[in-house]
Ligand binder design. Structure first.
Ligand code: PNS
Length: 173
């Protein structure tokens, strides 16, 4: 499979699960565009600018990964970027119904763009930005679940000291 894939999401903030999907997307596509939805109606912990910075930093070693933002319909953005696919990660069964709806609606809106799912790495199956934020908010240890800079910024947002951040690269399944 070649061409360009859009990997869309909120990325509030980026997790190691997202990074795993973006990296593996590069094995299928020539280029992956990680696209942050700019959604003024949804309250986020990190601004779009902060989310872009954290993604850019976390994916800096991959020249074929671009970070961008979009608003409006995803398929319109994908067509504008000449992408032939939308890349999504699938975790546990709980993701399935929403992802199925999203993929079918996107196909109805534009049949030229295919949605491709990658099963998330086993290690990330029960993690999400929301659950990681929840743990971080109350001082829980999130080492190894997010890139070190994201870990640091979460601690900073929630007023915790950043001295126990584990800088080891994440374990891979
Ligand atoms: O990481 P998320 O928040 O689950 O990502 C959801 C996202 C950004 C992929 C989805 O909300 C989206 O594509 N929104 C843009 C509007 C759109 O095209 N919706 C789908 C068809 S109605």
């Amino acid at each position: 499979m070649k061409g360009i894939a859009i990997y869309p999401g909120s990325f509030d903030p980026v997790t190691n699960g997202h990074i795993d999907i973006a990296e593996r997307g590069l094995k299928l596509f020539d280029k992956v565009i990680v696209a942050i939805l700019h959604n003024p109606g949804k309250e986020a912990l990190f601004s779009v600018k902060e989310r872009m910075e954290l993604l850019a930093l976390s994916l800096k070693d991959y020249p074929n990964i671009e970070i961008d933002t979009f608003d409006g319909l995803l398929v319109d953005y994908a067509a504008k970027r000449n992408a032939n696919a939308i890349l999504r990660g699938m975790r546990a069964v709980s993701d399935f119904e929403y992802e199925f709806q999203l993929a079918l609606m996107n196909r109805r809106l534009n049949r030229d763009i295919q949605t491709v799912f990658l099963m998330t790495g086993l290690r990330w199956i029960f993690t999400s930005s929301s659950i990681i934020k929840e743990a971080a908010r109350f001082g829980g240890n999130i080492n190894g679940m997010v890139p070190p800079e994201v870990n640091r910024r979460l601690k900073e947002k929630f007023g915790f000291a950043a001295d126990d951040i584990d800088l080891e690269p994440p374990f891979q399944d």
